[in-house]
Design a binder for this molecule. Sequence first.
Ligand SMILES: Cc1ncc(C[n+]2csc(CCOP(=O)(O)OP(=O)(O)O)c2C)c(N)n1
Ligand SMILES: [Mg+2]
Length: 252
Amino acid sequence: MTRDMNKYLRQGLSGTRFCPGCGHGILMGAILRAVDRLGIAMEDLLFVSGIGCAAWIPSPNIGTDTLHTLHGRALAFATGAKLVNPKLTTIVASGDGDLTSIGGNHLIHSARRNLDVTVICANNLIYGMTGGQTASTTPVGARTSTDPDGNNFRPFDICNLVMASGARYAARFPVTRPNQLIDAIEKALRIEGFTFVEAISPCPTQFGRRNSTAEISELYDSVDSKCISRAEAQAMDEDERLRHFVIGEFEP
Ligand SMILES: Cc1ncc(C[n+]2csc(CCOP(=O)(O)OP(=O)(O)O)c2C)c(N)n1
Ligand SMILES: [Mg+2]
């Protein structure tokens, strides 16, 4: 994190808990830069997270109020916080497992009810914290600790899932394209109602080393090279599309 974002960090920290090369640190920088652009005061901001490596993005790193809650229940806590103080800009920042597996119901119903929060999903395609198990976002064929020969099941398209549930805005970008990611987070924060940004965030420790991309730079290149536009996706058959990340903005 460059020094210009220091003012948003909790005092006394001597570093983050992320592994070397974890994309979650880049995402944290992107979130803070979007907040900075909008000039949101620290006291008007609340971060809520569940459990997982991604849930460490706000807590303990960011110096605003943060709720570090139960696995899968970040949106339930955010709902309560929003009821008590609707004026707070409330950002839920958590992992793909946390938000779409154990927390999947809270995600779709928060979108359906148009809860006024911005959800930022750090999608590292795996359960990072607990040892690299298959998640509902793991690509077909990717090896994990629970699928050493490769995952058989198709992953959720989380942006489509939340849009179909009623979200006002969704976007997907990898952390390898930070400017697009910052723009998307800024836009999501400007829109009232339920908004969602999915950041593809490489996990060298649990995903990369099992999928022939042990070098951090190789993993970042691999993720970036799989990013395609919606127009490119339309020209592909389903099997080929599932091997890529369709990036961009999704609006009703
Ligand atoms: C009720 C409950 N079930 C399971 C766990 C174990 N657990 C902690 S984090 C986690 C998965 C985290 O994955 P994700 O949300 O994708 O975050 P990541 O670590 O990958 O960033 C699991 C299964 C838990 N803490 N509580
Ligand atoms: Mg994960």
